[in-house]
Write a protein that binds this ligand. Structure first.
Ligand code: GLU
Length: 475
């Protein structure tokens, strides 16, 4: 096969948001297409009129765009292609490969129950298969499923999968409302869009033999099939809301970077040696199906956090600042940088100091807040532990010594802390924690000297004054 002819599609049903499993299917299709210089097509399978919604279509597009999975053709909407499905079902009807079925839902239900009672599979019994007269009224169109002893799915990930031919009945191609069923529309579209590789979740595996039978009846060659194993939670059951957030966009809202999420889901079921971090270029270069495993991948939120932290650490500080900016709490009383009242704070410099201490953009936004807003608040545990009567003399001493320092630089600041440490017999932790609490309202921050230098003398003194005012009076 010529590489340039490779065509894959992502075919979501718009009945909900884009979840991690869907995003991974999209990503694998995208990477496989890009790796082979092929095309990636987006097709919206919206023929379930009750469950498909416009909101879901928008949410899926938004998710794909956020993950930067751009498609080459489409989006195509199945609901706009009904004429095509009709022409194929007409062709199948006139060739005798399909027939109209007038059995009512009640009749079908009765027969289903009866079959189950006898311990038989609840298949359609073929009553309308050989009617001599055309019926009238509501009907569906059924596929005359060819008699066959076995259907083999040659799966690129799982090898040959054999299905007993007697399992299949005359399934429905077109519902009574004139809409195609999933299996019918998929085959018509995969043919029409010249799809070479069908790469989808293995929850579709039981549909594939039916689709193969239809491809063959239509005289078409088969695409390659590859079914990707499901994603499981830590308890080895299918990933669902019970395991935490599953929607791609909720990861944006929790402060994850799209590059990190893409990297993470790429590794859910695929590997390349023991490499963990991949650029987009590397993913495209290395991705192939040989290293997609056949057992379910396990979703590990801790690992996703770790990856996100790596991406934040390595991000360009200017970009990082732009990502954090919209997440900042409203700034009530902006910090002015020392000596320049109009310039305001330098967010890039601040996030650069903080980025190695935060795992998500939200954590980063929380940490940088005290550096851009003078009206930051003290965490409750910080108040209790550090802004108390016992620390009042120490904080006053800092205020006094910092006001008297000649040059506001690391050497002079180190001298102040060292001297106070010796005078009061305190270790660095004991010296720095109350100071950090007074200056940032937090327990963790970059090094205390970075904090002092970043804030500047006046801001440090103002904050010490505020902290001293905050300490509750002696009772
Ligand atoms: N529309 C199907 C789904 O969202 C995918 C069908 C396919 O890839 O063949 O599960």
């Amino acid at each position: 096969m010529k590489e340039s002819k490779i065509r894959l599609r992502f075919a979501p049903s718009p009945t909900g948001y884009l979840h991690l499993g869907g995003a991974r299917t999209a990503l694998f299709n995208y990477l496989f297409a890009r790796h082979h210089g092929g095309l990636f097509i987006l097709r919206v399978e919206d023929t379930d009129r009750e469950r498909s919604t416009k909101e879901s279509i928008d949410a899926i597009f938004e998710g794909l765009k956020w993950l930067d999975l751009d498609w080459d053709e489409g989006p195509f909407f199945q609901s706009e292609r009904l004429d095509l499905y009709r022409s194929v079902s007409d062709r199948l009807l006139s060739a005798g490969h399909a027939y109209r079925c007038y059995c009512t839902p009640d009749e079908l239900e009765e027969r289903r129950k009866a079959a189950l009672e006898k311990g038989l599979p609840p298949k359609y019994n073929g009553r309308c298969r050989s009617r001599s007269t055309e019926g009238s009224g509501p009907h569906v169109i059924r596929f005359r499923h060819p008699e066959t002893s076995e259907i083999v799915v040659r799966d690129l990930i799982r090898g040959d999968l054999r299905f007993d031919g007697s399992l299949f009945d005359d399934w429905i191609l077109v519902r009574s409302d004139g809409y195609p069923t999933y299996n019918f529309a998929v085959v018509v579209d995969d043919i029409d869009m010249r799809i070479t590789h069908v790469l989808r979740g293995d929850d579709h595996i039981n549909n594939t033999p039916r689709q193969i039978a239809l491809f063959e009846t239509l005289g078409e060659s088969l695409p390659f099939f590859a079914h990707i194993p499901m994603i499981h939670g830590a308890d080895r059951t299918k990933l669902s809301k019970r395991h935490g957030a599953t929607s791609v966009m909720s990861y944006r809202d929790m402060g994850f970077l799209p590059q990190a999420l893409v990297n993470y889901i790429a590794r859910l079921g695929w590997s390349h040696k023991d490499q963990e971090i991949f650029t987009r270029r590397e993913l495209v270069d290395y991705f192939d199906l040989d290293h997609v495993g056949s057992s379910p991948a396990v979703f590990n939120p801790e690992k996703l956090l770790w990856l996100n932290a790596q991406y934040m650490k390595n991000a360009d500080p200017n970009e990082l600042a732009e990502w954090v900016r919209p997440l900042l709490h409203p700034v009530m009383n902006p910090v002015r940088s020392e000596g320049n009242e109009t310039q305001g704070f330098d967010l890039t410099k601040i996030v650069d100091e903080w980025k190695t201490r935060s795992r998500t953009l939200l954590e980063l936004a929380d940490s940088v807040h005290p550096f851009i807003d003078r009206d930051f608040s003290y965490a409750q545990d910080v108040l209790e532990k550090h802004l108390n009567q016992a620390n009042r003399p120490l904080l006053s001493l800092y205020r006094e010594r910092f006001a008297a320092i000649r040059t506001w630089d690391r050497d002079h600041l180190t001298d102040v802390l060292k001297t106070i440490g010796t005078e009061r017999n305190l270790k660095l932790g004991q010296l720095a924690q109350p100071l950090r609490a007074a200056l940032t309202g937090q327990n963790v921050s970059p090094g205390i000297y970075e904090v002092l230098i970043l804030l500047g003398r006046q801001e440090v003194i103002d904050r010490l004054d505020r902290a001293l005012r905050t300490i509750p009076p002696e009772t």
